[in-house]
Design a binder for this molecule. Sequence first.
Ligand SMILES: [Zn+2]
Length: 165
Amino acid sequence: MHSALVLNASFEPLSIVSSRRATCLVLSDKADVVEADGAVFRSERLTFPSPSVIRLRYMVKVPYVRRAALSRRAIFARDDHRCQYCGGHADSIDHVLPKSRGGLHTWENVAAACRPCNLDKRDRTPDEAGMRLAKPCRAPRASAWVVVSVSGVPDVWRRYLPIAS
Ligand SMILES: [Zn+2]
């Protein structure tokens, strides 16, 4: 099943739907095809390029700033499965300010880490342990949920997604 990226009228990514659903939106004049995926839908009356990216003709108000849900998987995705201290393969989650010292389980206080670094750091801050984070821990930008929820983002979507590096 192909899926399509839905952009707001303002070109911000909104969600992912099936190509079939995307085609319905286009055929009912609610959206325009921005990128096709090369496949074709055939019905009795028409053939139609299967959409890969569509843009709504109207503006959808997003009532709140989306924040990606915090999960192990999402943290590994944000940090590219790299230990944020040594750059090795991360297989654990470090709380930058340790939980034992009041550190919260929030995007800003979690980092992917390898077990040796995690063990080495113990209940110290990076400063105290003489370790340095590769980058500050931040909540992924609004669109990162797309990256987290789909394995393998189609290349054609990339230019529409502010993928955090
Ligand atoms: Zn490490």
